[in-house]
Design a protein around this ligand. Structure first.
Ligand code: FES
Length: 633
C-alpha cells in the first residue's frame, strides 16, 4: 500500500523520469515501487492499488511503451524511463477514442478498475489495431473488473478499434440524442469522464496537509482473552503521533446496525482472527508499521467456535456474554396449518443445502480519511454504503452530539453490500481527535479479506409437500447461518432470508425458521440479495427436484404455484399485482428451453473422477421418500 516516499532513517534515491512527456526528478525510498512514486510523489492517482500483487491490473501504466503493473516494478528499475499513465492519455483535453467508447457503452460502473482497463485497452489497440474480440479478451485478461461483467468493456474496445480504423465514423462515439426525455434512451453516466481519465479521487487517493497515516494491529487468534496491551515503545517511536486502544474510546464502545455488540478495537477479548486490537497514527505508513511491531499484547487463548451447529450445543463456548445461547437472531414465519398441509400432500421431498462464505472482493480496498474541522466537527470521508447509520453510531462512540459528526461518502470503488457495515471509521475519528491532524487509513488486500464482513454461510433443510398435479401444499424451511464474531447486518439478512424463503410461490401452509449464531469466524454481513440468494438456492433447487420427481416441466411447476394478483405472501401481504408469469415467459424464451424436459440438471462439470471423465449429476438420487410418499409418477 502507498507509503510516503522517503523515510527518516533511509537514504533516498533520486529518480529521473519522463512522466507523460515531462522530465521529472523524484526522491524515493530505495524500496519504493513505481506505483508509490506515481501516487505519493507525483499525485498521479489514476493508477490504483487493488491487490498489490500484480493480479488485478488497476495499477497498469506504460513504461517505455510497454504495459506493466506498477505495483510489481521497483521504482529504481524505471530510472531514465518514459512513463505514461492514464492521466497522460488525454493531454490535449479531449478524451481518446478508447476513453470516449468506455463512456459511450457505460463500461465504467464503480470505476475503480477503469483507469487500468483503459490502459490495457489502449495497449491492445496500439499493439494490434485490428485485434478481434478473442484477441481483445486475451490481451486484457490481466485486468479484473468486479462490476461490469466485462461485456460493456469489450464492446467499448471494439467500437474504439473500428473508429480508429475508420470503419465507424467518429460520431459513433457521440452521446445518443435523447430529446426532452431520457426514458427509453441509453443515458450516460455523469461521472464517466472522471473515471476514464483517472481524475476521480477515491478515499485512498485523497491527501490533506499534515496528514498522518494509520496502521492497525490485528489479532492472530480467533478467540482469546486480552491479558495486557503495552504501547509504551510504540508511542515513543520517532514519527508516531498516537497509539490507540479501546481505552481511548470516550463514549459507548459498542456499535452495530441491529445489535451494538462490536467495540471499536477489541475490549477484554478478541473474537476473530484479524480483529483490530490497536492502531498507530504516524508520519508515514512505514513508520506506523514499524511502531506497530513494538506493541506488546499478551493473550490467553480460549476455546474457539467455528461451526454454527456447535454454537447451539449445550456447553459451547460463549462468544458474547449477553447471548449465552450464541443466537444473534431467530426469525420465525408461520402461515396456515403445516400438519394439515403435509397430510394433503401426495409426495413429500426433503433435502439439505449448504452455501459457503463469500468475499465481496471489491477492487477498492477499504479506506478512509478523518479530520476535525475548524468548527470542531469530526469528519470522516469513506466509501460507506450506510452513511447516516454510521454517523449516528460514531456520535455515540466519540460522545459528541450528532451536529458535531459528519460523514462524507467518497466514491465507492465497489461495495456489493460489503461497505454497509462500519469497521474502521471509529478508529480514524479517534486518531483525528487525539492528534488534531487528518489521518488516513488504506487497507491492504489481506486486511480487506480478514477484517471485512462476508456473505453468510448457510445450512438449510427444506421439506416440501406437493399434490401429484405439482401444487405445493406445505413447506417447512429451516436455515442456520454463521454470523461470525459480530452481529453486523445479520438480523436484517435473516429477516430477508425468511421473507423470501419460499420463493415467489403461493403456499398456504408454511413454517419458516431462519437463525443466525455467533462463532469465531470472520463476521458475516450484508451482501447482494441480503440472504435471498441462500434461501432461493434451496427453494429453487427443491422446485427442480419436485418437477423431476413428478415428471413435470420445470417451468410448468412454477406456473402452477406462482403468486398472482390477490395472492397472500408468506408474511400475509395481499399482492395488488404480480409479474412472475412474464418473468417465466421471458426466461423460457431466452433460454431456448425445450418444453416438457423433466430435468434442468445435466451432466456435472469438472474433473470429478479423474481427467477426461464425466458423470451424471446425482443430486436427485438423494431425495428421500417418506411415509406419506403415496404417489409414484
Ligand atoms: Fe470495474 Fe467496478 S467498474 S471494478
Amino acid at each position: 500500500m502507498p507509503d510516503t516516499l522517503t523515510h527518516p532513517t533511509v537514504t533516498a534515491v533520486t529518480l529521473d523520469l519522463t512522466i507523460n512527456g515531462r522530465r521529472q526528478r523524484v526522491q524515493a525510498d530505495p524500496g519504493a515501487r513505481l506505483l508509490d512514486v506515481l501516487r505519493d510523489g507525483l499525485m498521479l492517482t489514476g493508477a490504483k492499488e487493488g491487490c498489490g500483487a500484480g493480479e488485478c491490473g488497476t495499477c497498469s501504466v506504460f513504461v517505455d511503451g510497454k504495459l506493466i503493473k506498477s505495483c510489481l516494478m521497483p521504482a529504481a528499475k524505471a530510472q531514465g524511463a518514459e512513463v505514461e499513465t492514464v492521466e497522460g492519455l488525454a493531454r490535449t483535453g479531449d478524451l481518446t477514442a478508447v476513453q470516449k467508447a468506455f463512456h459511450k457503452t457505460g463500461a465504467s460502473q464503480c470505476g475503480y478498475c477503469i483507469p487500468g482497463m483503459v490502459m490495457a485497452a489502449t495497449a491492445t489497440l496500439r499493439d494490434n489495431p485490428d485485434a478481434d474480440i478473442e484477441e481483445i479478451k486475451e490481451r486484457m485478461g490481466g485486468n479484473i473488473c468486479r462490476c461490469t461483467g466485462y461485456s460493456k468493456i469489450f464492446e467499448a474496445v471494439e467500437i474504439a478499434r473500428d473508429v480508429i480504423a475508420g470503419r465507424l465514423p467518429h460520431t459513433a462515439l457521440d452521446p445518443e440524442a435523447v430529446g426532452n426525455s431520457f426514458i427509453g434512451h441509453n443515458t450516460r453516466r455523469l461521472d464517466a469522464p472522471s473515471k476514464v481519465t483517472g481524475r476521480l479521487r477515491y478515499a485512498g487517493d485523497m491527501v490533506m496537509p499534515g496528514m498522518l497515516h494509520m496502521q492497525v494491529l490485528r489479532s492472530p487468534h480467533a478467540h482469546a482473552k486480552i491479558v495486557s496491551i503495552d504501547t509504551t515503545e510504540a508511542e515513543a517511536y520517532p514519527g508516531v503521533h498516537c497509539v490507540l486502544t479501546c481505552d481511548d474510546v470516550p463514549g459507548e464502545d459498542g456499535f452495530g446496525v441491529f445489535v451494538e455488540d462490536q467495540p471499536v478495537m477489541a475490549r477484554d477479548k478478541v473474537r476473530h482472527v484479524g480483529e483490530a486490537v490497536a492502531a498507530v497514527a504516524a508520519d508515514s505508513v512505514r513508520t506506523a508499521r514499524e511502531a506497530m511491531a513494538l506493541i506488546r499484547v499478551e493473550y490467553d487463548e480460549l476455546p474457539g467456535l467455528f461451526d454454527p451447529e456447535d454454537a447451539l450445543k449445550s456447553g459451547a463456548p460463549v462468544i458474547h456474554d449477553y447471548a449465552a445461547d450464541n443466537v444473534v437472531k431467530h426469525i420465525p414465519v408461520r402461515k396456515g396449518d403445516i400438519a394439515a398441509g403435509f397430510s394433503a400432500a401426495d409426495v413429500i421431498l426433503e433435502e439439505s443445502f449448504s452455501t459457503q462464505q463469500v468475499e465481496h472482493a471489491y477492487l477498492e480496498p477499504e479506506a478512509g480519511l478523518a479530520y476535525v474541522d475548524h468548527d470542531g466537527v469530526v469528519t470522516v470521508v469513506s466509501p460507506s454504503q450506510n452513511i447516516t447509520h454510521h454517523r449516528h453510531m460514531l456520535s455515540h462512540i466519540i460522545a459528541k452530539p450528532i451536529n458535531k459528526v459528519r460523514f462524507i461518502m467518497s466514491p465507492v470503488g465497489g461495495g456489493f453490500g460489503g461497505k454497509e457495515d462500519m469497521i474502521y471509521q471509529g478508529m480514524l475519528a479517534l486518531a483525528a481527535m487525539k492528534t488534531r491532524r487528518p489521518v488516513k487509513l488504506v487497507f491492504t488486500r489481506e486486511e480487506s479479506f480478514v477484517a471485512s464482513a462476508k456473505r453468510h454461510p448457510s445450512r438449510t433443510r427444506c421439506r416440501m409437500g406437493l399434490t401429484k398435479a405439482g401444487r405445493i401444499t406445505a413447506v417447512e424451511f429451516e436455515m442456520l447461518s454463521d454470523g461470525g464474531a459480530y452481529g453486523m447486518s445479520s438480523e436484517g439478512v435473516m429477516r430477508k432470508a425468511a421473507i423470501l424463503s419460499c420463493g415467489p410461490y403461493e403456499i398456504e401452509n408454511l413454517k419458516v425458521d431462519t437463525k443466525v449464531v455467533y462463532t469465531n469466524n470472520t463476521p458475516s454481513g450484508a451482501f447482494r440479495t441480503f440472504g435471498g440468494m441462500q434461501a432461493q438456492f434451496a427453494t429453487e433447487s427443491m422446485m427442480d427436484m419436485a418437477a423431476e420427481r413428478l415428471g413435470m416441466d420445470p417451468f410448468e411447476i412454477r406456473r402452477v404455484n406462482m403468486m398472482r394478483a390477490g395472492s397472500l405472501t408468506h408474511t400475509q401481504q395481499k399482492l395488488a399485482s404480480a409479474a412472475i408469469d412474464r418473468v417465466l415467459d421471458a426466461a423460457e424464451g431466452a433460454s431456448g428451453w425445450e418444453k416438457g424436459a423433466p430435468s434442468v440438471r445435466g451432466e456435472s462439470r469438472g474433473d470429478l473422477d479423474g481427467p477426461g471423465t464425466r458423470r451424471p449429476c446425482t443430486l436427485g438420487a438423494r431425495v428421500r421418500e417418506t411415509a406419506t410418499d403415496r404417489f409414484r409418477p
